[in-house]
Ligand binder design. Structure first.
Ligand code: CAA
Length: 289
């Protein structure tokens, strides 16, 4: 079965990036949010990003308008009934995801493939609450989705070869490079990235160096586009903390234990760039102060 129409559930940071990328690649996309207000916010994020793509000469103004024309917003899951692939990008909470997939299973067409954009929760647990486990995969994008070239496609022990091949071909049509991962916590990238980010916070907390010098060390010494503490603010300290907790629960290994400073920042609401303060402070445009 060829994937022709795409559904996305959630139009936050990751969801809106997935919607934009699929629409830019020519797919009609239906995106569901829980309120009109969140849909409006998501759509304006997509418009800003598409305008930036035009500025950067990655797209023409016509491409932008065509992509926007392929996007339909809705607050009803039933409107995703004729989608060939439904990608979930809601909050990283297993109970929420299971509830959503149960509902989707009842409303989506029987042949539809399901994918979760989770960064660390077990795909198998979500697939198991549906009647279509063979048609269920992980499809993990990276932030910012329109820019980052990678997608992890996650195969569970129940995923059929056909579903896997279909979703992999879809990711390639989006212009992404695929890495194939097993359904283990953090897949490939976060398995390596999360302990690195936690170690950077530990280094800062222990006074090894200033936040700027820790970041400059990795930017100038290793050629990373962002230092770890800037990247942590960019990904979200809350998000990284929740991923670390999931990995710690699974592996019971101190390597994945969130350092105390990180817990305090999460409790304080200093979640990084999106809240105006994390390890660094930011202005309304998201630039470091
Ligand atoms: N649409 C399309 N292309 C765009 C674009 C847009 N809206 N905005 C920028 N671009 C393109 C630019 O044209 C440029 O392309 P070229 O390299 O071909 O010139 C490229 O993207 C970089 O853009 P900029 O030069 O404007 O931006 P920058 O140099 O400041 O880089 C960044 C910004 C891409 C975010 C870079 O800092 C970076 O790569 N940071 C690391 C991000 C990262 O590691 N993300 C993964 C986080 S982990 C995750 O997401 C998974 C998880 O589960 C937690």
């Amino acid at each position: 079965m060829e994937i022709k129409k795409v559904g996305v559930v959630g139009c936050g940071l990751m969801g809106s990036g997935i919607v934009e990328t699929a629409a830019k690649a020519g797919f009609p996309v239906v995106v569901r949010e829980v309120s009109d207000e969140l849909l409006k916010k998501g759509r304006s994020r997509i418009e800003v990003s598409l305008s930036r793509a035009v500025e950067k000469q990655k797209a023409t103004p016509q491409d932008k308008e065509a992509a926007l024309g392929r996007i339909t917003g809705t607050t009803r899951l039933a409107d995703l009934a004729d989608c060939d692939l439904v990608i979930e990008a809601v909050i990283e909470n297993m109970e929420e995801k299971k509830k959503l997939f149960k509902e989707l299973d009842a409303t989506a067409k029987p042949s539809a493939l399901f994918a979760s954009n989770t960064s660390s929760l077990p795909i198998t647990d979500m697939a198991a609450v549906t009647k279509r486990a063979p048609n269920f995969v992980g499809l993990h994008f990276f932030n910012p989705v329109p820019v980052m070239k990678l997608v992890e496609v996650v195969k569970t022990v129940m995923t059929s070869e056909e579903a896997f091949r279909n979703v992999k071909a879809f990711a390639e049509k989006l212009g992404k490079t695929v890495v194939v991962a097993k359904d283990t916590p953090g897949f490939v990238v976060n398995l390596l990235l999360v302990p690195y980010l936690l170690d950077a916070v530990r280094a800062y907390e222990n006074g090894v160096a200033s936040r700027e010098d820790i970041d400059n060390g990795m930017v100038l010494g290793c050629g990373h586009p962002m230092g770890p503490l800037t990247l942590l603010d960019f990904v979200g300290i809350d998000t990284t903390y929740y991923i670390a907790e999931i990995m710690f629960d699974e592996f019971k290994d101190d390597h994945y234990a969130a350092p105390p400073l990180m817990r305090r920042l999460v409790a304080a609401g200093f979640w990084g760039r999106k809240t105006g303060r994390g390890i660094y402070e930011y202005d309304e445009k998201g630039n470091k102060k």
